[in-house]
Design a binder for this molecule. Structure first.
Ligand code: XMP
Length: 538
């Protein structure tokens, strides 16, 4: 049976990816495409969603789409700009709102007979974020919801046409019944069979990989992270020992990470070559201070070391990569500026003539984790926090030495262990959110206990090796380095907030680090969000 899909046309909103995640949570496959890349004549499409946008429909640069390509062919839902755009193009009126409408509002009238609002409660809370507002809808359209200040909070086209617009954002958490609205659209209106699940993905993908690579040999670079690990286990399930994995130690991994992860991989039955190239990387990085320069050297050395190993596998025809969907979504980057060059792994030499195999390329991070569970992988590999490719190199401010790496590894190890040990009880909405993310839990009296580690997206320590501060230990004056602890909550690393860690936890971690890690006499906690800061300091 053909895989059904929803198309989300992206007009550059910050929440477009979130729409995609919500649709996937309904066990329905979806693709996010730039607004002007609507596929023509794809029978697997069952509906189209138009996203929001930073532009006003009147901006000269505003993104335009040819509605005749989709109108009448598929059910359509326009969200915010998507709703304004359709109203504007089809004969309604859009004007600047008196003031920018931002935040929670309640729907004061709702047509609960309308299929889009089936099951809604009176006064349902929605999230608004718009500068323009629809002041007249096209002739024949009906208003199906309003708030106190927004007359046309939702509309449907006339004559039963399956075209809707909503001024609010059903995809964000603060629209309390937003998921219900999307379910009404995706399942009831578009007719999704809801058969996109981790198990069905594994079955279909294993079969696909077997067909794709036949009897060929495949090479894959492992990083210890969840994406490449899940990718390896999935391919291993399809072709067994014909997959060779290469895991390079660049000397700036976490404490014992190389040996621990190699052990995990062996237990999973993977065919892994571990290459310890720490000397080369640390040698080439000696004296380098500039973050971008560090990334370039690590990227170059990585390609060299990886290639030397890959070339030994003379009959390989495929290169597998754990690329996931957010890495590929061609987001509409309005500013077009590069902040950090993250993609530090360059291409393999052309003469190797390898084809790409990217079995996770349609998945969001939480889906990769679900696939990992479906494959029976150990929980600690699946819930592992993201870790930057250049590793601790971008967490040492200043030049990199073995001694600084050791200091950072020790402090990081204490911090991460403590985050895993400290559990807090969650209930209500918070518990629901954590459960939805599928983190491991211990049930106690209806509440759940979750470690701090599992409540946050990513944590780590940065060594301010170019700064010294005075301290006192016993009767001795110390003059050593500060470290900064970082812990952030996020769903995709595009934006992040600093985690509100409990004070007693921070006090214990600070004591333990200063007492045990020689070279550190001060511990700070980083309380900046992204934007305007970034997750890593470099
Ligand atoms: P920033 O610091 O840009 O980080 O907020 C966002 C996410 O990307 C990770 N990161 C990197 N990952 N190579 C990588 O593979 C890099 O050079 C790199 N720099 C940052 C970071 O850990 C966070 O998850």
């Amino acid at each position: 049976m053909q895989q059904q899909k929803i198309i989300i046309l992206d007009f550059g909103s910050q929440t477009t990816q979130l729409i995609g995640r919500r649709v996937r949570e309904l066990d329905t496959f979806c693709e996010i495409l730039p607004y002007n890349r609507m596929p023509l004549d794809d029978p697997s499409i069952i509906g189209v969603i138009l996203s929001g946008s930073p532009y006003s429909v009147y901006d000269p640069e505003a993104f335009q789409v040819d509605l005749s390509q989709i109108r009448g062919k598929y059910p359509i839902l326009g969200i915010c700009y998507g709703a304004q755009y359709m109203s504007h193009k089809l004969g309604g009126r859009v004007e600047p709102a008196g003031s920018r409408e931002y935040g929670r509002q309640n729907l004061t009238t709702i047509d609960r007979e309308n299929p889009l609002f089936r099951g809604f409660h009176p006064g349902s809370q929605v999230w608004m974020s718009h500068g323009d507002t629809i002041t007249a809808i096209p002739t024949g359209f009906h208003c199906i919801a309003s708030t106190e200040t927004v007359r046309y909070a939702a509309y449907q086209a006339g004559g039963g046409e399956r075209l809707w617009g909503v001024q609010f954002h059903p995809e964000v958490f603060h629209s309390v019944e937003g998921s219900l609205l999307l379910k009404n659209f995706v399942v009831d209106i578009c007719g999704s069979r809801q058969d996109w699940s981790a198990d069905s993905f594994v079955d279909a993908t294993v079969a696909e990989i077997r067909q794709q690579v036949g009897n060929d040999r495949v090479i894959l670079g492992l990083s210890g992270g969840v994406d490449s690990s899940v990718c390896a286990v999935l391919i291993n399930r399809a072709i067994g020992q014909r997959l060779t994995c290469i895991f390079v130690n660049h000397g700036m991994l976490r404490k014992n990470e190389f040996s621990d992860v190699m052990h995990d991989y062996k237990c999973l039955g993977l065919n892994v070559v571990g290459v310890d190239a720490s000397e080369k990387f640390l040698g080439d990085l000696a004296g380098v201070v500039d973050p971008e320069q560090k990334r370039k050297i690590i990227g170059r050395d990585f390609v060299e070391v990886f290639n030397a190993e890959a070339k030994k596998i003379t009959d390989a025809r495929w290169l597998a990569q754990g690329t996931i969907y957010p890495d590929r979504i061609e987001s509409l980057n309005i500013t077009g500026k590069v902040i950090k060059s993250h993609h530090n792994v360059g291409g393999l030499p052309k003469e190797m003539n390898l084809q790409l195999c990217e079995p996770l390329k349609w998945l969001f991070k939480d889906e990769v984790r679900r696939v990992g569970r479906s494959l029976g992988m150990p929980e600690h590999l699946i819930t592992r926090h993201p870790f930057p490719g250049p590793g601790l190199a971008v967490r040492i401010l200043g030049d990199i030495t073995r001694d600084k790496v050791r200091i950072l590894q020790e402090a990081d190890d204490i911090y991460i262990r403590a985050l895993k040990q400290y559990k807090t009880r969650l209930s209500g909405e918070e518990a629901r959110r954590v459960l939805a993310a599928g983190v491991p839990i211990d049930m106690k009296d209806g509440d759940i206990e979750v470690s701090l580690y599992d409540q946050i997206w990513q944590a780590g320590v940065t060594l301010l090796s170019n700064v010294r501060s005075v301290g006192v230990m016993g009767d001795e004056r110390t003059y050593e380095h500060p470290i900064a602890l970082r812990a952030v909550t996020s769903t995709d690393a595009m934006t992040a907030d600093w985690a509100r860690l409990p004070y007693d936890f921070m006090a214990n971690v600070s004591n333990e680090i200063i007492n045990k890690v020689k070279g550190v006499n001060r511990v700070c906690y980083d309380i900046s969000s992204k934007p305007p800061s970034t997750i890593e300091w470099e």
